[in-house]
Design a protein around this ligand. Structure first.
Ligand code: MN3
Length: 202
């Protein structure tokens, strides 16, 4: 069974009023994400070891193996983008009370959480991701990973939200101003309802 590009959970123009234009989503989802899926399927087709494995299994199996780096990069990016589309919302920025309480408990305040997330996202040198994760000690944490890596591969908890900080994710909307993209995400695009549901399911 080949991996497939999931449809966006909203229209391509649905986030335009909130700082992510239609062209960004057309290129990022339809071209970049599709390219990761196509490349991953090519690797699976040629490698019997990968056949029949789930995406999570391929990510874990290929992580840290130099000869499997191309497989890991594309599987990781497929995994990351599946989460990313769900982490954005046309009604983003509104935080459910239950998530807000947990964030207050673990970070001190919502502002402190946003500061930590902004620091992680802006200090990730080059391409990568910033994450809100539920760590194995039951606490929420902010972390970052390079390139196509993610919390699953690195065993740093269950991802509740992920923000793509590759330039392709923000250059049309914010040019070189990654901090403005991150702030806009936290205040106007982040799907905290999704994060809350992930937290409740954990
Ligand atoms: Mn991307």
């Amino acid at each position: 069974m080949a991996f497939e590009l999931p449809a966006l959970p909203y229209q391509h123009n649905a986030l335009a009023a909130r700082g992510m234009c239609q062209q960004t989503l057309e290129l990022h989802h339809d071209k970049h994400h599709q390219a990761y899926v196509t490349a991953l399927n090519g690797f699976v087709e040629k490698n019997p070891d990968l056949q029949g494995k789930s995406l999570d299994e391929i990510v874990s199996h290929s992580h840290g193996k130099p000869d499997m780096a191309p497989v890991f990069n594309n599987a990781g990016q497929h995994w990351n983008h599946i989460l990313f589309w769900q982490a954005l919302s046309p009604g983003g920025g509104a935080m459910p009370g239950s998530l807000e309480s947990k964030i207050n408990e673990d970070f001190g305040s919502v502002d402190a959480f946003k500061e930590q997330f902004k620091t992680a996202a802006t200090t990730q040198f080059g391409s990568g991701w910033a994450w809100l994760v539920l760590a194995s000690d039951g606490k929420l944490k902010v972390t970052k990973t390079p390139n196509g890596s993610n919390p699953l591969a690195e065993g740093i908890g269950r991802a509740l939200l992920g923000l793509d900080v590759w330039e392709h994710s923000y250059y049309l909307d914010f040019q070189n101003k990654r901090p403005d993209y991150v702030t806009n995400f936290l205040d106007r695009l982040a799907n905290y309802e999704f994060a809350d549901a992930q937290l409740k399911a954990a």
